[in-house]
Design a protein around this ligand. Structure first.
Ligand code: ZN
Length: 126
């Protein structure tokens, strides 16, 4: 799923910041980024807003598509060996902590209060 959109991203740099452009042929979106001040990350993306397309202007992006773009962006950044604050908190490994999301029955990612799905929900906002 993420591989399908992984090639649709382009990094544009302007000094210490820029945008990552996403395009799927009919729709387009710019995601702003900044150079991270922390050694943990290369780029800082969050909090970001995937709710509306730039093209067609102002059209809402369905939640499922937002998740697709987020997953694709994460995959693409990994392929560029770029670390960012949207990376999942740690490698997938066994954890016994429950996700704190209401009524979620998954276990949380190591180093996070949330499972992978709800980590993405917190990135995308409510
Ligand atoms: Zn959860």
């Amino acid at each position: 799923m993420s591989a399908r959109v992984a090639d649709n991203f382009t990094l544009h740099t302007n000094g210490r910041s820029g945008v990552i452009s996403y395009s799927d042929g009919t729709s387009a979106l710019d995601i702003p980024w900044e150079i991270s001040g922390s050694s943990r990350y290369d780029l800082v993306l969050a909090p970001f807003d995937l709710r509306q397309w730039r093209v067609p202007a102002g059209q809402p992006i369905p939640r499922a598509k937002q998740k697709d773009i987020l997953a694709g962006l994460r995959h693409w950044l990994a392929s560029q060996r770029t670390r960012s604050d949207i990376d999942l908190p740690a490698e997938q490994q066994f954890s016994l902590q429950p996700c704190v999301w209401h009524h979620c029955h998954h276990t949380a990612l190591p180093g996070s209060a949330y499972c992978a799905e709800h980590f993405d929900e917190t990135l995308l906002g409510l």
